[in-house]
Design a binder for this molecule. Structure first.
Ligand code: AMP
Ligand code: ZN
Length: 478
């Protein structure tokens, strides 16, 4: 089964063939760490984490190298550091730690590399020198600029004519630019701003060259897949590509360019400048990370996705449905004597649905179809459970877990999932009531046992008596 991916450059879905199946390379543009990231910033994180998982599944965990960078040199970081009277590293470390914690809570695996601009400065400076040597860059008034006229294919990725690119880039047409579309590779720092020494004078890099150099340092150019949000196609990726090709290291940059659509709030892109943001950090206090992950994957990654309370609730109840099947089937298996358990059981229906999930994911990450496959798989597990087909339940459950976990979902213990909505106070109260009910029943005090059951029911708690004693879960909402 092949993987097909939509490529922004050729504007078509194509079969993916890595240059080297033992060394598959993926790079995704990451955040600028000056504040908590909003949930829209995590759409590329979750989408490309899913791609990372699909690639690992196809080529092997060790064969896939994924670099997701961090921009830790930026005006907004400078400003925040100045406001707090601390070095920029204090700000970027703080928000990078928060970002990584949120990404992990959303089920994202750690990328193989997380390069930072401050740790790539030498490579950035070398790359700029190479561009100057190739006559693709020139120095002017303390700046080094990329000469867009040196790259005949400039504009090919975004498909924009030059005049539109000039307007779209909103580039400052400084008098020292040879062409209005030329962009900065190195610029002098303002007084009191951090500066790095270089052959072009003390200063700091432009945004685009940072990524190109980080790719070169972390993965080596060219790479197989380059990803990011759709807003990065122009000018960021167009400029990365121009730099990468013109540095004289080879004529290719990335085989496939992938871009996720926007996460919108209301009719607009969620963005800090508009102010219509929901921080992942805050959402995670209310919702399980898996529910937010499901919500981010509910639409196809190239389409815009509207972020609403309803979307999150639907995601949560979709997961409830799957976890209930896992919980019910595990309770059923708990009641089966070990001798009656069989390994190597079959569940043809579940296997077909499992394969459909894989096929959907390998078809340009078609997550809506993959979710439909997970529900079908769960239906097979449910019917095997009802039919008391021990081997079918065992096989079906493991296929469901495998397919779900390939998507970074169904990683919780089902019982813990249903108790997850309960706060610590409620948990303690429920445990105490269950213990009291056990004592009442042991004492054959049936009225007391009934009263406690009613009390638990009022707390929307369902108690289940099993061979290992009583367990509980939050009741299914009607
Ligand atoms: P930024 O910190 O704005 O440079 O964004 C980091 C990453 O998040 C980039 O890949 C952006 O394209 C992406 N991104 C930012 N806002 C959104 C959004 N509302 N929807 C989807 N992706 C976004
Ligand atoms: Zn980038």
């Amino acid at each position: 089964m092949t993987l097909s991916l939509y490529d922004t450059m050729t504007r078509q879905k194509r079969a993916f063939t890595p240059r080297d199946p033992h060394r598959v390379t993926l790079y995704v543009c990451g955040p600028t760490v000056y504040n908590y990231a909003h949930i829209g910033n995590f759409r590329p994180v979750v989408v490309f984490d899913l791609l990372f998982r699909v690639l690992r599944d196809l080529y092997g965990d060790e064969a896939v190298l994924y670099a997701a960078n961090v921009t830790d040199v930026d005006d907004k970081i400078n400003k925040k550091a100045a406001d707090e009277g601390v070095p920029i590293g204090v700000i970027s470390d703080r928000y990078l730690a928060a970002y990584n914690a949120d990404a992990a809570a959303l089920g994202a695996l750690k990328p193989t590399f997380q390069p930072r601009v401050t740790e790539t400065m030498d490579a950035i400076i070398t790359f700029i020198s190479d561009l100057v040597a190739q006559k693709a860059a020139y120095a002017a008034e303390g700046h080094v600029l990329f000469d867009t006229q040196a790259f005949p294919d400039y504009g090919k990725l975004s498909g924009r004519p030059m005049d539109e690119m000039i307007a779209g880039a909103r580039v400052e047409v400084a008098p020292y630019k040879r062409h209005p579309a030329d962009f900065v590779l190195w610029k002098p720092s303002k007084p009191d701003e951090p500066a790095w020494d270089s052959a072009f004078g003390p200063g700091r890099p432009g945004w685009h060259i940072e990524c190109t150099a980080m790719i070169e340092q972390a993965l080596g150019l060219p790479i197989d897949i380059h990803g990011g949000g759709i807003d990065l196609v122009f000018p960021h990726h167009e400029n990365e590509l121009a730099q990468g090709v013109c540095a004289g290291h080879g004529h290719e940059y990335a085989d496939v360019w992938m871009h996720n659509g926007f996460l919108n709030m209301g009719d607009e892109k969620m963005s800090k400048s508009v102010g219509n943001v929901a921080l992942a950090h805050d959402l995670l206090k209310t919702y399980p990370g898996e529910a937010l992950r499901w919500a981010l994957l509910a639409g196809h990654y190239r389409q815009p996705l509207e972020w609403t309370g309803e979307l999150i609730e639907q995601a949560k109840s979709a997961l409830d449905r799957l976890y209930r099947v896992l919980d019910d089937s595990s309770r059923f298996l708990d009641g089966v004597p070990t001798a009656a358990r069989a390994s190597g059981g079959e569940n043809r229906g579940a296997l077909q649905a499992h394969d459909a999930v894989l096929a959907a994911l390998r078809d340009d990450l078609n997550t809506p179809l993959a979710f439909a496959g997970l529900f079908q798989l769960a239906d097979h597990v449910r019917s095997s459970t009802m039919g008391k087909d021990v081997a079918g339940v065992e096989r079906g459950r493991s296929l469901l877990l495998e397919a779900g976990q390939l998507m970074g979902l169904l990683t919780a213990d089902p019982r813990a999932w249903f108790q997850g909505g309960a706060d610590d106070d409620l948990k303690l109260r429920v445990e105490a009531l269950i213990a009291a009910r056990g004592e009442a029943r042991a004492a054959k005090d049936w009225p007391a046992a009934d009263r406690i059951r009613d009390e638990l029911s009022a707390l929307k708690v369902e108690v289940m008596d099993g061979p290992a004693g009583a367990t509980w879960r939050i009741k299914e909402q009607a």
